[in-house]
Design a protein around this ligand. Structure first.
Ligand SMILES: [Zn+2]
Length: 135
């Protein structure tokens, strides 16, 4: 089943990210100079200012950093209560997402989670959204 979602951020670097997601691959930019993995995508490394990256597959392993539950409707596609989770990827970056198949309430920081993809759709068409389920 496809879930309707608010429109994604699209553009030069983001389009590459979503193209990999749609292939079922979770890849982020890894700097060719200093090896830092970064999110969100940018044209320049946050660490060393290099503009040379490789879109590198992530392990999909992460831990819960923090979370929140929206009690007000900010997007019609996301009726409250709407849970969002900030995970820390094994490779370092923090990544905002949604929990899949569990509630974040009461989950301690450091709870292991793993990547999954959710079939979604926005004004630009269908896409696969990276979400996280309990590991
Ligand atoms: Zn760098």
């Amino acid at each position: 089943m496809t879930e309707r979602r608010p429109n994604r951020t699209l553009g030069p670097d983001h389009d590459t990210f979503w193209s990999y997601c749609n292939l079922g691959e979770f890849r982020l930019q890894k700097c060719n100079t200093c090896a830092k993995v970064q999110w969100p995508p940018t044209p320049m490394c946050n660490e060393c200012l290099s503009d040379q990256f490789t879109w590198t597959p992530m392990s999909g392993r992460a831990t819960i950093n923090t979370y929140c539950t929206f009690e007000r409707p900010y997007y019609k596609e996301c009726p409250p209560p709407w849970e969002a989770v900030l995970v820390e990827l094994e490779e370092g970056p923090l990544f905002m997402s949604n929990p899949k198949g569990f509630s974040v309430e009461g989950r301690p920081r450091g709870t292991p989670v793993k990547l999954a993809f959710l079939d979604c759709e926005d004004d630009a068409g269908p896409f696969k959204l990276p979400v996280f389920e309990l590991a």
